[in-house]
Design a protein around this ligand. Structure first.
Ligand code: NAX
Length: 332
């Protein structure tokens, strides 16, 4: 059997981690024959809660889980890790302005970037879930100059999964038949959920979703806004934000990154932009990607119409503004 892989989850006492840790520890992300050592980081006041999570992990009696390291020290958390799920972040509190939220998160992701740079494996794969995820990932990468920029990503897989679930419900087909919905841009209300390349595979045939749903109004209004506003709808119903689905999406993202995407399948993730599709360079922008040998590649050459370009411009503009604000905070 392989040597144990060290994996860190931050915000480990929180609600997303509560679902995510089990998915990772039972082998659904890194493979059924990959032993794991889980590093769990949270803040000092959460150490008692974290102890309870450690007890439950032990009680799951999972054969792949070789050790668990709970800590409030980023150095301990990031030492020798090959994968990092950065879930913990400063939540937006009532009356808090966007720039205050960004300032609090710049501080957190600076510390974590520096610790990753010094103590993690140089090929560590980092997935930022904590919001604002795209800009947090950018900041983290900035403070980890010895780790390639390509190794810092932000999660938009939940939005992709939501998009595919909406399409499946509309077509009354199992969600497993739907793939290649694309999320462009920021994981925020300016994201652009795009059904243009989505396909349905059934009975050995592959059909474009836009050929089956010849209803532009549904695609450009109902579908688009329901995906953009799905997080708010879950909060309204549950009185808490998405957790089970966020954990599943984080697991999907990291699994595809480590083990590769299926040929013909496109996934969405926030990655450092090279300016593809006229997007701003050097922001973490969600693109359609494929993954081979642990490396993602932006799918280029997709046809992007005028409507889509305007949506990409809007979300790109927001990412530039967030970067500007974050840099101001860093330089202050
Ligand atoms: P919780 O509030 O349940 O848990 C967050 C945990 O992070 C807490 O235990 C807290 O003590 C810890 N934490 C705070 N600062 C930390 C630090 N500096 N180091 C380590 N741990 C720290 O939130 P949860 O529902 O788990 O959500 C976590 C984050 O995911 C939030 O920022 C949320 O906005 C974000 N989300 C991102 C999504 C995405 O698609 N990218 C979707 C789901 C979710 O809303």
């Amino acid at each position: 059997m392989a040597e144990p892989l060290r994996v860190v989850v931050t915000g480990a006492a929180g609600q997303i981690a509560y679902s995510l840790l089990y998915i990772i520890a039972k082998g659904d992300v890194f493979g059924k024959d990959q032993p794991l050592i889980l590093h769990l980081l949270d803040i000092p006041v959460m150490m008692d809660v974290l102890e309870g999570v450690v007890m439950e992990l032990a009680d799951c009696a999972l054969p792949l889980l070789r050790d668990v390291v709970p800590t409030d020290d980023p150095i301990v958390a990031f030492t020798d890790v090959s994968a990092a799920f950065l879930v913990g972040a400063m939540p937006r509190k009532q009356g808090m302005e966007r720039k205050d939220l960004l300032a609090a998160n710049v501080k957190i992701f600076k510390v974590q970037g520096e610790a990753l740079d010094k103590y993690a494996k140089k090929d560590v794969k980092v997935l930022v879930v904590g919001n604002p995820a795209n800009t947090n990932a950018l900041i983290c990468s900035k403070y980890a100059p010895t780790i390639p920029k390509e190794n810092f990503t932000a999660m938009t897989r939940l939005d992709q999964n939501r998009a595919q679930a909406q399409i499946a419900a509309k077509l009354k087909v199992p969600v497993g038949m739907v793939s290649n919905a694309v999320i462009w841009g920021n994981h925020s209300s300016t994201q652009y959920p795009d059904a243009s390349y989505a396909v349905v595979e059934r009975n050995g045939t592959v059909e474009k979703v836009t050929d089956i749903i010849a209803d532009e109004k549904w695609i450009r209004e109902t579908f688009l806004t329901s995906v953009q506003k799905r997080g708010a709808a879950v909060i309204a119903a549950r009185k808490m934000s998405s957790a089970m689905s966020a954990a599943k999406a984080a697991a999907d993202h990291m699994k595809d990154w480590f083990l590769g995407t299926t040929p013909g399948k496109i996934i969405s993730m926030g990655v450092i932009s090279n300016g593809a599709y006229n997007t701003p360079k050097d922001v973490i922008f969600s693109f359609p990607v494929i993954i081979e040998d642990g490396k993602w590649k932006i799918v280029e050459g997709l046809l992007v119409d005028e409507f889509s370009h305007s949506m990409l411009d809007a979300t790109g503009k927001e990412l530039l503004e967030e970067r500007e604000e974050a840099l101001k905070i860093i330089q202050a």
